[in-house]
Design a protein around this ligand. Structure first.
Ligand SMILES: [Zn+2]
Length: 469
């Protein structure tokens, strides 16, 4: 029975595989046709990240200082029995940077530099590329988009790539470096079970873990926040690995890694991780200010009918020719507009933005800005609020509130609604349709008032009436 059951199952699987293949092929054909029908739209602006990709330097003197500190601490901790003899396990790292709980967007980091494998004067990274600079001994992972804002909001955490014991740390150094300045960084050094040590440098001032030297940390435990302390041109983590005998290691396995054969990652990321880090809606294009000033994002997420805004996408590792298909969806899911874009170049971090016009008739509700990129759908909601409120006060000639005055509001079509003022003379009309013109009148037993005509282009809070005897 068992043997007999094998052929039908195999055939069934073949059939299913055939159907899946057919469906995938059909789906591809369909989506290609769909993409062709979406107009290509040149961006209103964007391109390469205007923020210089951060880099750093550790001077020979600083390096000696760090190494002798670590050596002394390791000796002391070994003597005190706080770290045992090393075991020849293979240490494997998780990614040492993560978005904090509640941090903005989908992802918050990109890579500016790998370790330089080449002799002095030449550049070569593990992948046989040149994403490095001369003599760089670690990996630089920077914050993107809104480099400084992410640092200031503490949205990018440095976490232990592997469990171990803290064998050195420093906090208290200035953390808004924009250039090489020979100052020391804030950092944590973690020794693993095999005796190897990971350096986590450039941390934000005051963010370094309160755990003491000799205490253990687990994989993924927060060690601090990304900053720009020490010799650094902008917020980033410098991650560097040494063996027990202080031999430098490159955690990435690759054809041009001639230092070590094995990968030190649990799951090694490819050279390029093409993704959207964030979708945003803005009142105006973002401005990237002079280092170390925070960026002015001009983020805005609630709009009026008829208002224009900028829809922007922020990428990590967007490659030349990469297509993105964008859509603006109304609250009912129908498409207001769709367009596509092709990356003109290859970038470590890039962004593009377009102008979107919300129709004058809305509708109000929760809208979506979506992007289909590299097989992944991203979406960001924004609100269209079609209602305004009108409020104000009726006062007598001496500025005292008039209670129980009648305030009436008449639409262009002649529809009138009324409210009565409070004890202190205040009134409010809620949920009035945006964009129209209203005539507002006040009346009371004792006073006369001049009528007012208002255009409902925004919430109005001081539509006041002063009584005339
Ligand atoms: Zn570095």
């Amino acid at each position: 029975m068992f043997l007999l059951s094998v052929p039908p199952r195999s055939m069934l699987l073949l059939c299913v595989a055939g159907l899946v293949f057919f469906a995938v092929a059909a789906g591809l054909a369909f989506s290609t046709a769909g993409q062709n029908s979406v107009p290509f739209l040149e961006a209103d602006g964007g391109g390469v990240s205007p923020v210089e990709e951060p880099r750093d330097d550790i001077t020979e003197e600083q390096r000696k200082l760090i190494e002798s500190d670590i050596e002394r601490n390791v000796k002391w901790l070994s003597g005190a029995g706080k770290i045992g003899p090393s075991s020849p396990e293979v240490v494997q790292f998780a990614w040492p940077v993560q978005k904090s709980d509640g941090g903005p967007g989908f992802s918050v980091d990109a890579i500016s530099n790998y370790l330089d494998q080449a002799p002095p004067g030449q550049l070569l990274d593990w992948n046989c590329g040149m994403r490095t600079y001369d003599g760089h001994k670690g990996i630089d992972i920077y914050t993107w988009p809104f480099t400084w804002n992410l640092m200031d909001s503490g949205s990018v955490e440095v976490v232990a790539g592997a469990p171990g014991t803290i064998v050195g740390k420093f906090d208290g150094n200035y953390d808004r470096s924009c250039a090489m300045n020979n100052s020391m960084w804030n950092a944590v050094y973690v020794r693993h079970s095999d005796g190897s040590i990971a350096w986590y440098g450039h941390l934000k001032n005051g963010s370094v873990t309160t755990k003491s030297i000799g205490e253990t940390v687990s994989m993924g435990e927060k060690l601090g926040l990304v900053g720009s302390s020490g010799n650094s041109t902008g917020p980033h983590l410098h991650f560097e690995v040494h063996t027990e005998t202080n031999q430098l290691r490159d955690p990435f396995q690759g054809a041009c890694n001639t230092i070590n054969a094995e990968s030190w990652w649990i799951q090694q990321e490819p050279n390029r991780v093409s993704r959207i880090n964030r979708l945003m809606t803005h009142s105006a294009p973002p401005s990237f200010n002079t280092c170390p000033q925070p960026e002015t994002s001009n983020e805005k997420s609630t709009f009026r009918p008829g208002e224009s805004f900028r829809a922007a996408a922020y990428y990590r590792d967007q490659l030349q020719g990469h297509q993105t298909q964008y859509s603006i969806l109304r609250p009912d899911g129908s498409v207001l507009q769709s367009w596509s874009h092709q990356s003109p170049n290859t970038y470590s971090s890039s962004y593009w933005f377009w102008t979107v016009n919300i129709p004058t008739f809305g509708p109000g509700g929760t809208w979506k800005f979506t992007a289909l990129y590299n097989g992944q759908m991203y979406e960001q909601t924004f609100a269209v609020d079609p209602d305004v409120s009108i409020s104000g006060r009726a006062v007598d000639p001496n500025g005292r509130g008039i209670s129980r005055a009648s305030i009436s509001m008449t639409s262009p079509q002649g529809v009138t609604i009324s409210v009565i003022t409070s004890t202190a003379g205040y009134y409010v009309f809620q949920s009035v349709p945006f964009g129209e013109v209203r005539t507002i009148r006040a009346s009371s037993k004792r006073y006369r008032f001049m009528p007012r005509e208002v255009t409902l282009s925004n919430d109005l809070t001081d539509v006041d009436f002063t009584g005339i005897e």
